[in-house]
Design a protein around this ligand. Structure first.
Ligand code: ADP
Ligand code: MG
Ligand code: MG
Ligand code: MG
Length: 657
């Protein structure tokens, strides 16, 4: 959501004085939305994806691949292209094709990293088959248009984390030394941050609120020649530029880990997000809950981030890097010091897995919400007193335990009515793996949920496949009334598991054993036309409802467990879908299925193999400039061609199979 209002941002000392005021106004705005839209009924499912790109600048002379910091210029070029359509999206070869297309062109958005772009379809997709099949071409179009607006040596690539972000060498174009006052990082210059004042303020205020720099430690992958124990050799223990330089002298960096100290390491990561609009608030709440347990599963299945700061890591995904990168909790809130100035001990970062289900679904047993949830009781009471039910009130009262990080002075002087800026201030800086999105005031957009855990994939075929999988799965969930609930603490455990190297094949995840609603009693004597009553069921103990499964079992099924791909296929058998569409969809589903079974590799495994096979790799976990250059070239080719002879097969299989 564009929150790029211009204005005067408050530094942390001032912002914290106004935090309660922003929360109060935010809840007022939420209640206004709630009252205006709670009764909304719309049957139209709309959905859309978000793709995030890194902009790579190649230096062919030094054979180095860097992050280009030209986001602003590229976005300007894209925006200035008012006649984008007439000009074929700036791509002459596409001119004829695009002029015939009725739908708006994709849109591009800024992101935290000054080396990033985000692109969404120009309008959300519907459920129509042709829309589902237009996702991949649309993603390709976005890539082509983006590329067209870059310099000759620049390319957009889709990989979750830039392997050499924060290394000692040259990793940005142009080069800047890592000495900025906002992040105070030893590794990343502030010039890597989108210069729009919101972003540097976000970085600085998170650091100030926390009382130190963020400290991200990801386990290193020990190869044959990696020094053991590994002590991150890139740390400068002698730097005395900022008080925060003391962090490493006070133990911020852990042995055996790759140490990162700035928001940019996390918010510079790219992901694949899917937003779905439900027909009403009840359905949106169902979707939120039912998709929630899928978060870690899809994270492991889309794993594509095995390298950080120039080292092979012992994890395959980005998630905890982002979580740590925006962890603004004070020492009191983290439980390191007794509570004195803060209100609560808070178990998680503001970027973390979901901590509570929020639906009023009778299938939601109280035992599933088994985490000690910190809520602001005053806010909860205010919501309940104003007619919001307990569960949803709890959800928002939980999000609102956080402080607003960036407050623009001017917004406090404006009337809050008819807007959502204060609400969004808290809402959109609670980065959980699902987001419940209320309608923006004044528009005709409905209640939406966002699925946020997936890693961006290197090709649009993969990005489309995972998007389509999620969309089809929601159809199956709703049509068959499937039940995916497991205790939310198990979802947390799965999130940890999803990080392990090759978790997709090597680890088991908690999952519900029976997804189906209780069967109705077949009563032959009942008068025809009457609905069969539901069998009165003796509730199974919660612990017996779920078990540990491999992702292969979850996706492809076992003798006992049906499997999500077979479920989607049987759903497709029951709906009216033409042969060609069915065949295309089967291609996408096959990718998901084969990733789960191990027949195809995850991006993470593919990248690991690429690094390990590189002639310059010394089995010491180091991904040097040349390895990175060749890797980025390969990733570029994969992204553009979707296939790379001799390299892409293990990742993608053959499309024409
Ligand atoms: P955010 O960054 O806040 O998650 P974006 O606006 O970047 O949101 O992306 C939201 C996605 O939702 C886009 O793919 C967009 O096409 C899609 N979208 C827009 N309107 C709707 C809608 N009414 N229902 C579902 N999806 C929508
Ligand atoms: Mg977005
Ligand atoms: Mg984004
Ligand atoms: Mg999003």
């Amino acid at each position: 959501m564009g929150l790029l209002a211009l204005g005067t941002p408050l530094d942390w000392e001032n912002a914290k004085q106004r935090a309660d005021q922003v929360r109060t106004l935010g809840i007022q705005q939420l209640l206004e939305i709630w009252n205006a839209y709670r009764g909304n009924e719309r049957d139209i499912l709309l959905w859309g994806d978000e793709i995030e790109y890194l902009v790579i600048a190649f230096d062919e002379e030094t054979k180095n691949a860097c992050l280009s910091l030209r986001q602003a210029e590229i976005l300007e070029a894209l925006a200035a292209d008012g006649k984008l359509r007439a000009a074929g999206g700036g791509v002459p070869e596409l001119q004829d094709v695009l002029q015939e297309k009725p739908e708006p062109l994709p849109t591009f958005h800024p992101e935290f990293g000054r080396f990033m772009l985000e692109a969404t379809p120009g309008a959300p997709f519907s459920l129509a088959w042709k829309d589902l099949l237009s996702v991949e071409p649309n993603m390709k179009l976005r890539r082509t248009i983006a590329k067209q607006h870059m310099a000759a040596n620049e390319v957009p690539i889709t990989i979750p984390s830039f392997p050499r972000l924060g290394t000692k060498g040259v990793f940005t174009n142009p080069y800047y030394p890592p000495t900025g006052p906002q992040s105070r990082s030893q590794f990343i210059p502030d010039e890597c941050i989108n210069p729009h004042i919101r972003f540097p303020t976000l970085a600085a205020n998170i650091r100030s609120r926390r009382g130190s720099k963020v400290a991200i430690n990801m386990p290193v992958f020990y190869d044959d020649n990696t020094p053991k124990p590994f002590n991150d050799p890139t740390i400068d223990y002698d730097r005395h530029l900022y008080p925060e330089d003391d962090d490493v002298r006070n133990g911020a960096a852990k042995e055996g880990h790759i140490y990162m100290d700035a928001m940019g390491f996390g918010m510079g990561c790219c992901c694949l997000q899917i937003t779905l609009q439900a027909k009403n608030i009840t359905e949106a709440r169902t979707l939120y809950d039912q998709l929630c347990p899928l978060g870690p599963i899809m994270l492991a299945l889309t794993a594509c981030a095995p390298v950080f700061k120039g080292f092979l890591a012992d994890v395959d995904v980005r998630w905890n890097v982002i979580s740590g990168a925006v962890d603004d909790r004070t020492e009191e809130e983290r439980g390191i010091k007794p509570l004195e100035n803060n209100r609560w001990k808070i178990p998680k970062s503001r970027y973390d897995s979901v901590s509570a289900y929020l639906s009023e679904d009778p299938r939601l047993r109280p035992e599933y919400n088994d985490l000690d949830l910190v809520v602001d009781e005053d806010i909860k009471k205010r919501l309940i007193d104003n007619g919001m039910d307990e569960r949803l009130s709890t959800h928002f009262a939980h999000l609102f335990i956080r402080d607003p990080i960036v407050i623009f002075q001017e917004t406090l002087e404006e009337a809050p009515e008819g807007k959502a800026d204060h609400f969004e201030n808290l809402q959109s800086t609670n980065w959980q793996h699902m987001r419940f999105k209320p309608p923006p005031p004044g528009g005709n957009i409905g209640w939406r949920v966002e699925f946020r855990s997936m890693e961006i994939q290197m090709t649009d075929f993969e990005n489309a496949a995972f998007s389509i999988f999620i969309v089809l799965l929601t159809r199956v969930m709703l049509s068959y009334g499937l039940n995916f609930y497991i205790p939310i603490s198990k979802v947390d455990e799965n999130m940890t598991t999803a990080h392990y190297r090759n978790a997709v094949l090597a680890n088991k995840f908690w999952f519900r054993k029976n997804l189906f609603p209780p069967a109705p009693i077949s009563n032959r004597n009942s008068p025809s036309g009457s609905r069969a009553p539901t069998r009165p069921v003796t509730p199974v103990a919660v612990e017996d409802e779920y078990g540990l499964m491999t992702i292969d079992e979850i996706m492809n099924g076992t003798g006992e467990f049906v499997g999500l791909i077979p479920l989607i296929n049987s759903y497709l058998d029951t709906v009216n879908v033409d042969v060609v569409t069915r065949c295309e969809l089967a291609g996408y589903l096959a990718l998901v299925s084969k990733r789960a079974s191990g027949e195809l590799q995850t991006g993470a495994t593919w990248i690991r193999e690429f690094v390990k096979a590189h002639p310059e790799y010394k089995k010491d976990s180091v991904v040097n400039e040349r390895i990175n250059y060749d890797l980025m070239k390969a990733v570029e080719k994969l992204g553009c061609d979707g296939y790379l002879e001799g390299l892409g097969e293990k990742l993608l299989g053959r499309r024409d199979e």
